[in-house]
Design a binder for this molecule. Structure first.
Ligand SMILES: [Zn+2]
Ligand SMILES: [Zn+2]
Length: 88
């Protein structure tokens, strides 16, 4: 069963979500870049490089996944505002 979080940016109103976990046909995890704050939610791979700054990204833990910044304006989400979602 996969899970994830959905957000609505309080600054610009952008809605975004991140998937995590293992589902029936797919698996996702969240990779974060400490250098530029870019993140992606996609299939797990061994090594994930940041497409923006070419630094190595790390796998976000659950706590980090609830504070993912808005992909549009970079405003960090508040953990208490992250909506829990289930997929698959
Ligand atoms: Zn925003
Ligand atoms: Zn980066």
């Amino acid at each position: 069963m996969g899970w994830g979080y959905q957000f609505k940016c309080e600054k610009c109103g952008t809605e975004y979500h991140a998937y995590m976990g293992q589902g029936y046909i797919a698996a996702y995890c969240v990779y974060c870049c400490r250098n530029c704050n870019y993140w992606v939610s996609e299939e797990p791979t061994k090594v994930k490089m940041c497409p923006k700054c070419r630094k190595r990204m790390h796998r976000a833990n659950d706590e980090e996944a609830r504070m993912l910044p808005c992909p549009k304006c970079g405003n960090a989400a508040k953990p208490e505002d992250a909506g829990y979602l289930r997929w698959d």
